[in-house]
Design a protein around this ligand. Sequence first.
Ligand code: PLP
Length: 401
Amino acid sequence: MDNFYAPGRNHLFVPGPVNIPEPVIRAMNRNNEDYRSPAVPAMTKTLLEDVKKIFKTTTGTPFLIPTTGTGAWESALTNTLSPGDRIVSFLIGQFSLLWIDQQKRLNFNVDVVESDWGQGANLDILASKLAADAAHTIKAICIVHNETATGVTNNLVKVRKLLDQYGHPALLLVDGVSSICALDFRMDEWGVDVALTGSQKALSLPTGMGIVCAGPKALEASKTAKSVRVFFDWNDYLKFYKLGTYWPYTPSIQLLYGLRAALDLVFEEGLENVIARHTRLGTATRLAVEAWGLKNCTQSEEWYSDTVTAVLVPPYIDSSEIVRRAWKRYNLSLGLGLNKVAGKVFRIGHLGNLNELQLLGCLAGVEMILKDVGYPIKLGSGVAAASAYLQNNIPLIPSRL
Ligand code: PLP
């Protein structure tokens, strides 16, 4: 029996963990297996090949690690860097803040570049730091592609261009936890050295698998990186990859079958169609916010996120009350404002295995809640703006053409 059961389906619109599609749930509903039998390595081999497609890499080496996004961060850092190494890291919201905290606790020398929450990474400061670093003391640039706390997407093409412009060899480590497999992401083309994501976000799986992909330069760096690592040591994985058994420790069999099913769904829809669907969901949400007369926390269009929208509320409303009420009255889960923006924003997650009509249900719910908390809203205004756009832009379902 569910805790706090409510009839119908919960409308899960937090920006992760997201809804798990039925075929994935069914694929995971199976017994344990011996991971040393020939079956599991055979499946793992195809997973490792196929997962590279969502990173858009042919040269990267993926690791499927029993962990979360936080562990994936640690894997990226400890395998490529040594204590004391200088890192330039962008602080733009709660998740970049947490990553920076981890970087400091792992004893790196973190050069923090802070922006207002709602803005993207300050690349002018990056340019000046690269220009001043002829001695190449900066060993890595750490950047969260999509800051889930504020709904800000950073422009990685510009970061790569700056590194190239200054001929700077720093590694580019990218948190793609709320972007990969939903937003345009191109590991090889953008020269990303390590990219990572978590299973509970765009892949729409349960939490519990961190997916880290290391490019050739990062693998090379791992040979000399002196950070202590045990559980996350890429070398242990690589040893078993060579042997063809793949696993240094016990994988979750159910998650592996889930990943198989999740990737199959992505490929059936087509990765480009998945990305285009997220563009529609993001655009529709932003149109609704505008129609409600509310502001997006993201301060400029260039950073708009197609996976999460953080909505600013007027000062007389506590956004946490919106989130509480959404769950209590409408069986709708929205994201809280975190840290600096707590009470000021609520977040609508629109990522993963989600369609436009589901989103319209969420937007209708948000309208009623806004009215509940005293915001002067015309019911239906956001839904009308979003559906007018969607009606013109939803293509036929790829498998039903
Ligand atoms: N990075 C980003 C951008 C996130 O949104 C999150 C979690 O929401 C994390 C990292 C941390 O991931 P986890 O909670 O799976 O450890």
